[in-house]
Design a protein around this ligand. Structure first.
Ligand code: OOB
Length: 542
């Protein structure tokens, strides 16, 4: 009863073991080891609550036991949607301990995204938050029941009903604890979410072995230790926040995680001061908000170290980090599919400000290719493809898409255009995937275009990225319609379909026809140029 997924080939798996990357431990190893080493150290701070490693591990074992006595375990999957809170960490580890394979949805996801994960995984378990619009009324769950998709068990944080309340499930059974029963180390531990460039979001199987390696290596590269106090301000479910070095890296190092509901600077600066936070991780758009706030309020003391990644980060804004935020910058260029690059703590300042880092592992095998698939020399832009000890081998149940996304040697095409320096450092200079990177949140153009086309008046739709001073990019939906359609109508149309708010186009632009490439696809480069020209004519600032 194991989950079917694209495995690493045996020769590479043997190499990764021989080189000590894969150590055949469950992904709960980091928490288990730190609990043994320093049981009374504080592991998580969430509002007024502080959990020691012992308390955190007890809550994990309690929940895992309750789930297993409820008949859940190996072979089952779960869809989880929780905000940044201690329960996120407890639930994740409890599911791993019970051998249940979760996907952690982003908290801003709505019916469409959640419905999609449920459709793909057919989970036995759904864990959500009663305060989320999806679970505040019974409509979403009723809809699942009507469609025959209702998970066998639903548990909700802060549910008023004792049967479904997560707090009750965390209380323990009073019976002797069952031993841990995680899935085997080279099987799927959990699913990560792809930023996506296709119509439906894809799930990324991550094994215990591959993910645990990325965590151990990341914690070391980022210099985490027991004194680390990490601010978790980006969505906890994101790969950056979970593992680069993130929540799991901090647990591995025996440090402390301070939960923040969002990257809002005023609230974060308060938490940093109150809990003596030393390390934080942000996307570039949030760095700008922090810099503005710091210009008025002073730097976020005692923060020493800031990781920045997820979207393109200009050297100008990067250069202001040490002065304005009074901390050391470390750049991160990663992806939920695997590969993560970091600048190193002892790199020269120019490298840290202008490069997005070099790979974690000497066995991260990177090829940069031109349009014809031939390797480009160092210093020239090329499309990134990668194979390595923690880069996945295929999206869940997506053979057709996988045949495009991977080459015959198993290298994954990330869709990023990068320049490599002779010393292996990478700079991200562009993108060939059809995606908008809106302040680190990824929007697949194809998904939004297909949803827009479901409106009866829309004949054609194209979503393109336009530059934005704050977000880096914002999305513009260019539409060809039968008669004029108001932006508000289209926005409502997308919301009614259950789309997450961050995926709503920032702007709509109506036109008579879309420019086409010679093979008849929408020419998005031309479209962007046309939008820029139209904006310039109307005096709209870029
Ligand atoms: C991280 O993961 P995802 O899966 O949300 O997005 C991956 C994509 C990359 O392929 C690239 O297009 C973009 O996000 N990206 C960057 C970047 N870091 C990610 N583009 C430019 N500069 C950067 N520093 O975003 C992610 C996962 C782990 C760690 C950090 C980020």
């Amino acid at each position: 009863m194991l989950i079917d997924f694209c495995r690493f080939p045996a020769d590479l798996a043997a190499r990764y073991r021989a080189r000590g990357y894969w150590i055949d431990e469950p992904l709960t190893r980091a928490l288990d080891e730190s609990t043994r080493a320093t049981p009374e150290a504080i592991a998580v701070i969430d509002g007024d609550r502080q959990l020691s490693y012992r308390e955190l591990s007890d809550a994990v074992a309690n929940l895992a036991d309750r789930l297993r006595r409820d008949g859940l375990g190996r072979g089952d999957t779960a869809v989880v949607q929780l905000p940044n809170c201690a329960e996120f960490i407890i639930t994740f580890h409890a599911l791993l301990r019970a051998g249940i394979v979760p996907v952690n949805a982003i908290y801003s996801h709505r019916q469409l995204e959640m419905g999609n994960y449920i459709q793909q995984l057919k989970p036995a378990l759904l864990i959500g938050d009663h305060a989320h619009e999806l679970f505040a009324t019974g409509d979403f769950l009723d809809g699942l029941t009507t469609r025959g998709q209702a998970p066998r068990r639903v548990i909700l944080k802060d549910s008023p009903d004792a049967d479904t309340a997560l707090s009750a499930w965390l209380a323990g059974t009073g019976q002797a604890r069952l031993p841990a029963d995680p899935t085997p180390p080279d099987e799927v531990a959990f699913f990560q979410l792809s930023g996506g460039s296709t119509g439906t979001p894809k799930l990324i199987p991550r094994t215990h072995n591959d993910y645990d390696y990325s965590i151990r290596a990341s914690a070391e590269i980022c210099g985490l230790d027991r004194q680390t106090r990490f601010l978790c301000a980006l969505p906890a479910a994101h790969n950056f926040t979970m593992s680069s070095p993130g929540i799991l890296g901090v647990l591995h190092a025996g440090g402390c995680i301070v939960m923040a509901p969002s990257p809002d600077p005023a609230a974060c600066f308060r938490l940093i001061a109150e809990h003596r936070v030393t390390v934080a991780a942000l996307v570039p758009s949030a760095v700008q908000l922090w810099q503005r706030h710091a210009a008025l309020a002073g730097p976020p003391a005692p923060l020493r170290h800031l990781l920045v990644g997820g979207a393109s980060f200009t050297p100008e804004i990067a250069r202001a980090v040490p002065d304005v935020l009074n901390c050391q910058l470390q750049q991160v260029f990663g992806m939920a599919e695997g590969l993560v690059n970091y600048t190193r703590l002892d790199d020269d300042p120019e490298t840290v400000m202008s490069m997005q880092g070099r790979p974690i592992s000497p066995d991260d095998d990177i090829r940069l290719l031109d349009e014809t698939g031939r390797p480009v020399p160092d210093g020239q832009p090329g499309a990134l493809s990668v194979r390595g000890p923690y880069t996945f081998r295929g999206y869940f149940k997506s053979p057709e898409h996988n045949s495009q996304a991977f080459d015959k040697d198993g290298f994954y095409h990330s869709g990023d255009v990068v320049i490599r320096r002779p010393d292996g450092y990478l700079r991200v200079v562009g993108r060939i995937k059809d995606q908008i990177n809106r302040g680190g949140e990824k929007v697949a153009a194809e998904e939004i275009e297909a949803l827009l086309m479901r409106h009866p008046l829309i004949r054609q739709a194209a979503l393109v990225a336009m530059p934005d001073a704050m977000l880096g990019e914002r999305s513009v939906a260019v539409i060809v319609s039968n008669g004029s359609v108001k932006s508000s109508t289209l926005r409502r149309h997308l919301r009614d379909l259950g789309l997450a708010d961050y995926k709503l186009p920032d702007r709509f632009h109506q036109t008579d026809s879309l420019p086409l490439t010679h093979i008849g696809k929408t020419d998005k480069r031309r479209l962007r140029e046309m939008l820029q020209a139209a904006d310039a004519r109307q005096g709209v600032p870029a």
